[in-house]
Design a binder for this molecule. Structure first.
Ligand code: CDV
Length: 308
């Protein structure tokens, strides 16, 4: 047995005016509750410290930069790292990262149980658009504010297992899981901010959004024999609804725990990482069954090419 007691620390909405310190206080309350339950690891959402600001169109880069963190930890988040260390709980959360040389990334970090950052991931698959789009019901300007991640999909050995991270839209791409699967990942951690309605298709509402969300997590987990922990920022932010549906998925692709609300909520499960072994040694034993001679298009071609 290699049990990891994990908590998906779903956050309810964060309004535009809510300061980071208020959000960190909410995150600390969830951390306390998780520590009381004996959790080893607490996972928070994408861009956990602020409202989902890419819905707002901004032209002034100085204004844009107010949503970014130039250091991690910083004054606002230090209490979270201190509490993680004091309680002996590892944490993972997302934030907007401004690097010393001026690059902007949608980032998440993973600490060990001493509150030391041991892993960093920068979102690879940025959805949305980079200019104001009057055709959309609301904006999704991630391509305007962030650069695509430059770190690939690394994994880290910690808590007795192999851990990886991805962020929100990354979860819809099978390549995300497979690149980590090829490094033996046993638990994928991810946060998300998913609008409850498709900005380009009003008929696609929360039911469809939650269906696609579970579909990709469950298939990614099963096809790579890994746990997946997916954590929402949920509820209505300044009039804009986001889905909940935080889940912990096992290596069979089954949901073992799921959130019930669109508020701050802890979803926990004890995950035995040894449950990943059967799939990795049988139907998804990559070394025996993959046929890479037929997969060249996956890395040599981006878009669809139809033979004429
Ligand atoms: N934050 C995200 O990456 N959101 C996307 C939206 C645009 C669909 C998602 O894949 O959930």
């Amino acid at each position: 047995m290699r049990p990891v007691h994990v908590a998906a620390a779903q956050l309810g909405p964060i309004q535009k005016a809510e300061p980071r310190e208020a959000v960190v206080a909410r995150m600390l309350a969830l951390l306390d509750a998780a520590a009381d339950k004996g959790c080893d690891l607490v996972v928070y959402p994408e861009l956990a410290l602020t409202t989902f600001f890419p819905r707002w169109y901004m032209e002034d880069q100085a204004e844009v930069d107010t949503w970014f963190e130039a250091e991690m930890p910083n004054a606002a988040t230090q209490p979270l790292f201190d509490a993680a260390k004091a309680k002996g709980v590892a944490i993972s959360f997302g934030y907007a990262e401004l690097t010393p040389d001026g690059h902007h990334f949608n980032t998440s970090i993973l600490t060990d149980k001493t509150g030391t950052i041991i892993g960093k991931y920068r979102k690879v698959h940025l959805p949305g658009h980079d200019e104001f789009d009057p055709e959309r019901a609301f904006q999704h300007l991630e391509k305007r504010y962030f650069e695509p991640g430059d770190l690939g999909f690394p994994v880290w050995q910690t808590l007795g297992g192999v851990f990886g991270m991805c962020i929100c839209n990354d979860r819809r791409w099978p390549e995300t899981y497979r690149v980590m699967g090829l490094q033996g990942v046993e638990m994928v951690l991810l946060g998300y901010n998913t609008p409850s309605v498709n900005s380009q298709k009003s008929a696609e509402g929360p039911e469809d959004r939650l269906f696609h969300h579970r579909l990709v997590l469950q298939s990614g987990a099963y096809q790579n024999a890994t746990f997946v922990v997916a954590v929402a920022k949920a509820g209505v932010e300044d009039g804009h609804p986001l889905i909940g549906g935080s889940v912990i998925v096992d290596p069979n692709g089954k949901i073992v725990a799921e959130s019930l609300t669109e508020d701050d909520e802890l979803v926990t499960a004890v995950c035995d990482l040894d449950e990943t072994v059967f799939g990795k040694e049988t139907i998804f034993d990559f070394a025996r069954h993959r046929r890479i001679e037929h997969y060249g298009r996956i890395t040599s071609q981006t878009g669809v090419e139809v033979a004429s």
